[in-house]
Design a protein around this ligand. Structure first.
Ligand code: FES
Length: 110
């Protein structure tokens, strides 16, 4: 059973966006509404969001834009929490594979 079905009453604001630093959607939306960052990268000042693996950065950009357009509405996601986690795992596999390839290519004699 997907986690979304296990926790149907969970507050959407509690959904973790930055999984590296466990930063929830509600905190990011509140930070954006109150601190009024000029650029999305300033969301990193909200508990370090986006400064780990980088997976969540496109989602931080969406949150940043959505809150600036409509500060009173909690941003929404078009993928489930489970799918979000699955895609992040795939992202990590791809990044690690690229690092391994780069490392091997760096070791080859010229
Ligand atoms: S999930 Fe946000 S930096 Fe890794």
């Amino acid at each position: 059973m997907p986690p979304d079905e296990k926790t149907p009453d969970r507050d959407p604001a509690d959904r973790e966006v930055c999984l590296c630093f466990h930063v929830p959607l509600g905190k990011l939306a509140k930070f954006t509404r109150l601190e009024k960052p000029r650029v999305c990268s300033q969301l990193s000042e909200c508990f370090g969001a986006g400064t780990g693996c980088g997976w969540c950065i496109p989602f931080l950009e969406k949150i940043f834009e959505q809150v600036r357009e409509d500060p009173e509405t909690l941003p929404t996601f078009d993928i489930s929490e489970e799918e979000y986690r699955v895609r992040r795992r795939e992202y990590h596999k791809r990044i690690n594979a690229e690092k391994m390839r780069d490392h091997r290519e760096g070791e080859e004699p010229k």
